[in-house]
Design a protein around this ligand. Structure first.
Ligand SMILES: C[S@@+](CC[C@H](N)C(=O)[O-])C[C@H]1O[C@@H](n2cnc3c(N)ncnc32)[C@H](O)[C@@H]1O
Length: 290
């Protein structure tokens, strides 16, 4: 296209998104939690640390003033929980870092054309770009609505990729995973992390079928959904686990059934803190069909 510059087009898009997003509320990260800036909202990135500080100070005050021991005990326990919660969020759930690849089998051959559906600020995109140095990853996201990321823009994704030194292999595409702008069989691999599971349940089969369409036969799909496991229950003990937001996301049988119906064979299912992952392969087309 004459005069077309992807970065200019993205800048224009970003300018529109920035107007809508709460950039003023952006939260700085803590400890080395500042290397990347994935923009997750402060209650999940530093809320626990705040509890540690506030209740720790209260416990110290109680002890100093000689107030009843039980008050010192309760505030100390809450403070220690806050510290442990902050460590869980950072080191187990890795909310401020690129994700850890949950299975070495995904893109084991190394080089591939990959799409990240619902890339957001890039925790999963960076995981692939950093652990599979011959891949080119297209991060697709609609960049509207609030999914826990403050100021969720293509710019933020690019900035994180620049920090990791992998931006030369990143492409950004604004679009909807239920109806993507990609051609049939365009990608060797696809992933969707804490993104497809945010769709309304009636839209999920559509997004899975679309994923199968844009993958080559035999193409790999890594799907990661939020899982209400021990780590999540520890960090968020007051959430109503098994209901609402946490209700069906970690339902393995349901996801297997959906993937099967969309034309995938599930090869591996596993768990990482706060996550359940599925590695699947698009079925080869029956002989005679191209
Ligand atoms: C919780 S964030 C996860 C982002 C990233 N994958 C990660 O793990 O940090 C969910 C992302 O899905 C994107 N999303 C939700 N529905 C979408 C859709 N229909 N098409 C494309 N992206 C969508 C949101 O914009 C958001 O960036």
């Amino acid at each position: 296209m004459d005069g077309y510059s992807p970065s200019e087009a993205e800048r224009e898009l970003n300018a529109r998104f920035r107007g809508r997003s709460g950039s003023g509320a952006h939260t700085p990260l803590m400890l080395d939690w500042w290397t990347y800036d994935f923009g997750y909202m402060w209650p999940i990135t530093r809320g626990h640390f705040l509890v540690f500080l506030v209740f720790g100070a209260a416990a110290a005050l109680c002890a100093w003033r000689g107030w009843p021991r039980w008050i010192t005990g309760v505030t100390s326990v809450i403070s220690v929980w806050g510290l442990l919660g902050a460590l869980v969020m950072h080191y187990a759930i890795e909310i401020n870092s690129p994700m850890t690849m949950p299975t070495e089998r995904f893109l084991a051959s190394g080089g591939a054309n990959v799409v990240d559906l619902g890339a957001g600020s890039g925790r999963a995109t960076l995981m692939v770009l950093m652990s599979r140095p011959r891949t080119v990853v297209t991060g697709l996201d609609r960049y509207t609505g609030f999914y826990g990321i403050v100021d969720n823009t293509p710019d933020r994704l690019r900035a994180n990729a620049r920090k990791a030194g992998v931006d030369d292999r990143l492409r950004v595409q604004v679009g909807d995973m239920r109806e993507t702008p990609f051609t049939d069989g365009q990608f060797d691999g696809a992933l969707s992390v804490a993104a497809m599971d945010h769709l309304r349940s009636e839209d999920i089969p559509r997004a899975l079928t679309e994923t199968a369409r844009i993958l080559k036969p035999g193409g790999e799909f890594l799907f990661v959904t939020i899982n209400s496991d021990f780590w999540v229950k520890f960090a968020f003990p007051t959430a109503i686990h098994g209901h609402g937001y946490w209700g069906w996301k970690g339902n393995e049988a349901l996801w297997r059934e959906r993937m099967n119906a969309a034309g995938f064979d599930v090869l591996e299912v596993g768990a990482h803190p706060a996550e359940m992952f599925f590695l699947a392969k698009k079925r080869a087309l029956p002989a005679g069909q191209s």
